[in-house]
Design a protein. Structure first.
Length: 364
């Protein structure tokens, strides 16, 4: 199979991680794999690709003018015509829409996958456009049952749920002790709700408790200002990006997820599969499908700062509870095993390819 995969860029993020993994997997199966994106970090892709996987940088994303999406549409269409893939796979709402439009009239099947919460992240035009264009997709992949159930009934019948893979991450556990070190990880933007987390942590009375938020993004300065305004300097730190989950897993005793919304929440999967307790807002989508209340973590109502502070206070005061919750990695590990997830992707891509192969055989 000649597979073309299209994403927003080659930086950090859950969507980029999964696309790199699918690309490496399909390359290992003997496919000719092409991966395209709108952005490339100066140091190259954040996630590794095999040398024979061909990477393509599309329309310049640094010029956000009125013609940006038209340039991107033209670039995707030009790439599809040059590569002539057997199947095209795209990730994320806007890219899905542009890819489906670009592939029109080519007879090349397109599989789309939503990797976030389009109702929150891309409301209005793009979400409505995807709902319409998705009827022409050769496959629709959602990450959670909640995402699937928010599709129209006609699309639900054609969509499948494939969660992100997550193998247990080997990590050196933080030294046990009476004081609790909370960790959080993700892009420093409004979606991740780190402002709510800092406000919640300010209510935790245990002065020995600490909080480290790993990540980088546009909200760094406001978050640093909030730390200072809350009198939390010395107890809250924002050290930047880490190269792998083992670094934040090993840095603390409890993961805290304060997102306003998610598409899946890779950090919850990594923590629950690896044996780090989690306390999270029960936001759409993802956390409630991985956290079993009281067994591997706790869920609190979305956006409820007081409830989040209460759960953190409970965990900060009870090392035995933290230890018990950390022994429950088996609850999630089997469900998210990488080989199982890649087999599901193989089935979707194979099903998308079958009609094209049948048509080619008939025409010959």
């Amino acid at each position: 199979m000649r597979l073309l995969m299209i994403q927003g860029g080659f930086g950090t993020g859950g969507a980029e991680k999964i696309m790199a993994a699918i690309g490496a997997h399909r390359h290992a199966q003997g496919d000719e794999v092409h991966v395209a994106g709108m952005f490339m970090p100066p140091a190259g892709p954040f996630f590794h690709y095999p040398p024979d996987v061909r990477l393509h940088l599309l329309a310049d994303g640094a010029r956000p003018d009125k013609l940006l999406h038209l340039r991107r549409l033209a670039a995707i269409r030009g790439l599809i015509r040059r590569v002539q893939p057997d199947v095209t796979l795209s990730f994320l709402t806007k890219v899905n829409c542009l890819t489906m439009l670009a592939a029109r009239g080519t007879s090349i099947p397109v599989v789309i996958s939503e990797r976030n919460n389009p109702l929150m992240q891309s409301p209005g035009f793009w979400n409505r456009a995807q709902q319409v264009l998705a009827h022409g997709a050769a496959g629709i992949v959602m990450q959670t049952r909640g995402q699937h159930d928010d599709l129209s009934p006609a699309l639900q019948e054609r969509a499948v749920v494939i969660p992100n893979f997550c193998d247990a991450v080997p990590f050196r556990r933080a030294s046990p002790g009476p004081d609790c070190h909370f960790v959080a990880a993700g892009r420093l933007d409004r979606q991740k709700g780190f402002d709510l987390l800092i406000r919640a942590f300010a209510r935790v009375p245990h002065l020995g408790a600490r909080l480290t938020i790993f990540g980088e993004g546009p909200e760094r300065a406001p978050l640093e200002n909030l730390v200072r305004a809350s009198g939390l300097e010395g107890r809250v730190s924002l050290p930047g990006i880490v190269r792998g989950p083992q670094e934040w897993l090993g840095a603390g005793h409890v993961l805290v997820v304060s997102s306003r919304f998610e598409g899946f929440s890779n950090v919850v999967a990594e923590a629950t599969c690896s044996g780090l307790p989690v306390v999270s807002f029960d936001c759409p989508y993802g956390p409630s499908e991985m956290i079993v209340e009281g067994r591997n973590g706790f869920l609190v109502p979305p956006g409820d700062v007081a409830a989040l502070a209460g759960a953190m206070t409970r965990l900060a005061a009870d090392p035995a509870l933290r230890n018990r919750l950390g022994q429950a990695a088996h609850i999630a590990a089997a469900r998210f095993e990488q080989g199982r997830i890649m087999a599901q992707w193989d089935a979707v891509l194979g099903a998308a390819l079958q009609p094209r192969r049948a048509a080619m055989a008939w025409s010959s």
